[in-house]
Design a protein. Structure first.
Length: 394
């Protein structure tokens, strides 16, 4: 018996869809209704006093619910609106005008991060993008060779968004530290699917969001900064949330805090901080170990079923090398995805990946089989052709 299925009742959308898209947006816990009602009640009843009665501390305090999921400690996480902004806060701590000004990324990094760092060339950054042999794995040896004494930052995803391939973060951190570079580990597709220990890795920074596997909705991303760097670095992207005495409204230069508030800037995103907490509570109660065990079983089931049908799998077959998503390169993948969505089977499509199917702890084994069977039926009957005129961007 699957003990994790007892949580299905906490996610209303599971009653009416086959929800296999947690890599993009996790299912909403019903507790979000109460969370947002608490926010509304606090605003309605306490008004401006709510800032002094809990709101102001939430941009770090709620991070303590994320910390156990990535191996961080209390008070070590600050919360922001999205991961691109966390990268901006980090990069603002550094000067790209000196001889150590190289940013090393891999070709398979999430596009928003690539866009951001390419624009840092205006600040003097030299950006090196390491090519990959396929759309599944990074070229680790080539990446490590690119990290040299002129490298300043290495933004790298722990789990690649297209293929769900797990990257050897320890090797990257060790190489970077050997030459004096800093690693920014993006754990967006990892947190909530695989065990993480950012402290044990010794990573300089870790970033991610609650949007996907943490079932926290949009508007909350997190930033971990290694303890010895926290009071040392000074973000240029800053604001009154980072000031020692924000409500003194002092003019002039900032007097920065030395804790995680140091990496905040403007007014916190309070509604989203209320909305994300029910999902975080559930994930912490379920536990990453149990989630990982189930994920390996469900993804293996999907891979076996796809290969049996002769489809290409753009995800590592070795369970130790993959996280929670299986990318299936079936024929006419974009059109198949569109028809699955029309049938209330929620998946997504990405170029060079195919149909991404992402079961989570609340999914049943039979939902994996059903999704594959529907894909096969769509192809066999030619129903996919009604979507053939759609723009694929593939």
């Amino acid at each position: 018996m699957d003990e994790l299925l007892k949580w299905r009742g906490e996610f209303p959308i599971l009653d009416r869809t086959t929800y296999m898209i947690s890599n993009s947006l996790g299912a909403m816990p019903r507790g979000v209704y109460d969370g947002l009602r608490s926010y509304a009640d606090s605003w309605a009843e306490r008004g401006v006093r709510a800032w002094e009665e809990g709101w102001w501390e939430m941009a770090v305090g709620v991070g303590d619910q994320i910390a156990p999921l990535i191996g961080a400690g209390p008070g070590e996480i600050s919360l922001h609106q999205n991961v691109t902004l966390t990268q901006a806060v980090i990069s603002s701590c550094f000067d790209f005008r000196g001889p150590r000004n190289k940013v090393v990324m891999v070709e398979l990094e999430f596009p928003s991060i690539q866009y951001f760092y390419h624009e840092q060339r205006r600040r003097g950054a030299r950006v090196e993008v390491v090519a990959t042999p396929d759309h599944i794995h990074i070229d680790l040896e080539k990446l490590l060779a690119s990290i040299d004494e002129t490298t300043l930052l290495v933004p790298i995803s722990q789990v690649l968004f297209r293929s769900s391939s797990i990257v050897d973060a320890r090797a990257i951190v060790e190489r970077a530290h050997r030459v004096g570079a800093h690693v920014i580990l993006d754990v967006f597709q990892a947190t909530g699917t695989i065990p993480l220990d950012v402290r044990g890795l010794g990573v300089d920074f870790a970033v991610g969001g609650v949007l996907k596997w943490l079932c926290g909705g949009p508007g909350v991303s997190y930033l971990y900064v290694r303890e010895d760097l926290r009071a040392k670095l000074r973000p240029a992207l800053t604001g009154w949330s980072a000031h020692q005495r924000p409500f003194a409204f002092e003019t002039g230069a900032i007097d920065p805090r030395e804790d995680s508030f140091r990496f905040l800037n403007g007014t916190p995103h309070i509604p989203a901080l209320y909305a994300c907490q029910p999902g975080l509570e559930i994930l912490n109660r379920v536990g990453i170990t149990a989630i990982r065990e189930k994920s390996m079983r469900l993804t293996a089931r999907l891979i076996e079923g796809a290969l049996d049908r002769g489809w290409r799998v753009n995800t590592p077959e070795n369970p130790a090398d993959r996280a929670g998503t299986v990318s299936i390169g079936c024929p006419h993948a974009y059109q198949v995805c569109r028809e699955l969505l029309a049938r209330e089977i929620l998946v997504d499509y990405r170029p060079q990946a195919g149909v991404r199917v992402s079961p989570h702890f609340y999914n049943r084994d039979e939902e994996c089989d059903f999704t594959l069977a529907e894909m096969a039926e769509i192809l066999e009957t030619g129903v996919w052709e009604k979507h053939a005129a759609a723009v694929t961007h593939a």
